[in-house]
Design a protein around this ligand. Structure first.
Ligand SMILES: [Zn+2]
Length: 191
């Protein structure tokens, strides 16, 4: 294959991890590079610091630097299917956190996947989308079956494409549960 055809190409495959985590290592056949070195972006904490910022597990490395506003589709899909954290890449606990378009049942879920509580603090402090108060996102703690695949309708213009929505609590196995919706400021205060 000519070098031009490989530029920017990311062939990935999964490798079993030896630490018992259900999430898998993602191996690049043609790894992206940063400052001349291969950049594999392994799962776990602490996150690598790139260009002065913690580098999320689902964030792609571009040909000329980090693409902080983009999400690596394969990794986001892995997180959704295997209940993994989009920030650190490790397995989530029984509950995790998501960002919502609106603080209510049925809202589209804005985050590509769910996030550990500690990783949410990291995300709202550094992510230009989640940490932007102008977006008025709400944050809530969810069980895995609190969120379901979404149709694409119902999102507001400019918002990241919502692939999940928050199931109404009455339709979940915990219909009496009280949901709490936090604002960005409340999440930052609890960090
Ligand atoms: Zn995490």
């Amino acid at each position: 294959m000519p070098a031009e055809a490989r530029a920017g190409q990311r062939v990935v495959y999964l490798r079993d991890r030896d630490d018992g985590q259900r999430m898998k290592d993602v191996i690049y056949v043609h790894p992206p590079s940063y400052k001349g070195a291969e950049f594999q972006n392994p799962a776990g904490l602490p996150r690598p610091v790139v260009a002065g910022l913690p580098f999320p597990w689902v964030t792609p490395m571009g040909d000329s630097g980090p693409l902080f506003r983009e999400v690596e589709r394969v990794k986001a899909e892995l997180c959704r299917r295997l209940w993994g954290c989009q920030v650190c890449g490790n397995d989530l606990d029984t509950t995790a956190w998501v960002a919502l378009e609106r603080p209510e049942d049925g809202s589209p879920v804005i985050t590509s996947a769910a996030i550990h509580r500690a990783c949410l603090s990291l995300a709202v402090e550094h992510c230009p989308v989640l940490g932007d108060a102008a977006n008025n996102y709400a944050f809530t703690e969810v069980f895995e079956d609190d969120i379901a695949a979404a149709a694409d309708e119902g999102r507001h213009e400019g918002a990241p494409k919502a692939r999940w929505y928050l199931r109404p609590v009455s339709e979940t196995p915990r219909p009496d549960r009280m949901r709490t919706f936090l604002s960005l400021r409340q999440v930052l205060e609890r960090s």
